[in-house]
Design a protein around this ligand. Structure first.
Ligand code: SF4
Length: 235
């Protein structure tokens, strides 16, 4: 969205980046690259963070809930339990409360998100009728990518948008099975981190029924399934 705004001369005073602390390295590299471009153009770049570390909220914060009573940590973030998104929106809204116009990077085909948008928030991408796929092409044509190291490719690198539907926090529980399988295979370092989190959390990251695999226990179970599949493929 920022590239589009700059290229089309829309008014832009300040850019906000909310750092969950759980972004892929590629996101931090792109942030740094963008910060330089903004500085050259005299546009303020501001970074916001959650009040407490993401992992504290996930694993340690004392919580009392109707279902589980008193326990520690909100657990996986995603699905109906998107506490990290809540903190993010809260922080961004509070910071931009006096903005005349508050641009939000929502594409034309993200209908449910667009429906919730209220002035002064607006979406330049939707106004330009750019879908998520258009946005990806737009960025790539301008030399932007989301590169991570991968021991599984010949080059030793992979673009996140070649293996994920969307690039959100690496620990996002909204990831689907295909995305998790790709993380397992192409990004084993992130997969290890996910397994580490799963070993600290009782609730499975993914627990839904699938025709092929039946019902998943937790990420450790998925780990076995993915490993077994790989073994079968290499036979
Ligand atoms: S991307 Fe996923 S994990 Fe990150 S804040 Fe949003 S819902 Fe939570």
């Amino acid at each position: 969205m920022i590239l589009y705004i700059l290229e089309n001369g829309l008014p832009l005073d300040e850019v906000l980046f909310y750092d969950t602390g759980m972004e892929f390295s590629a996101i931090y590299r792109n942030r740094d690259r963008l910060a330089i471009i903004l500085e050259q153009r005299g546009i303020v770049f501001t970074e916001l963070k959650p009040k407490k570390a993401f992992l504290y909220d996930m694993l340690e914060r004392p919580v009392i809930s109707k279902k589980k009573g008193s326990h520690n940590g909100y657990g996986w973030c995603g699905g109906k339990c998107r506490w990290g998104t809540e903190w993010k929106i809260e922080a961004l809204d509070a910071y931009a409360k006096d903005a005349v116009e508050h641009y939000v990077g929502i594409a034309a085909d993200e209908t449910p998100r667009l429906k919730k948008l209220q002035a002064p928030k607006c979406s330049p991408l939707a106004q330009a009728k750019m879908t998520e796929a258009d946005c990806l092409v737009f960025c790539r044509e301008r030399g932007w990518s989301w590169i991570e190291e991968s021991p599984r490719t010949e080059s030793g690198y992979i673009d996140l948008y070649d293996i994920l539907d969307r690039v959100s926090c690496w620990c996002c529980a909204n990831k689907n099975l295909r995305e998790l399988q790709n993380i397992y295979y192409y990004l084993p370092k992130y997969w290890e981190r996910l397994l580490h989190l799963q070993s600290k959390l009782e609730r499975p990251m993914k627990a839904y029924k699938n025709k092929k695999y039946g019902e998943y226990g937790n990420l450790w179970r998925l780990n076995e399934i993915f490993a077994q599949e790989r073994r079968q493929r290499s036979c």
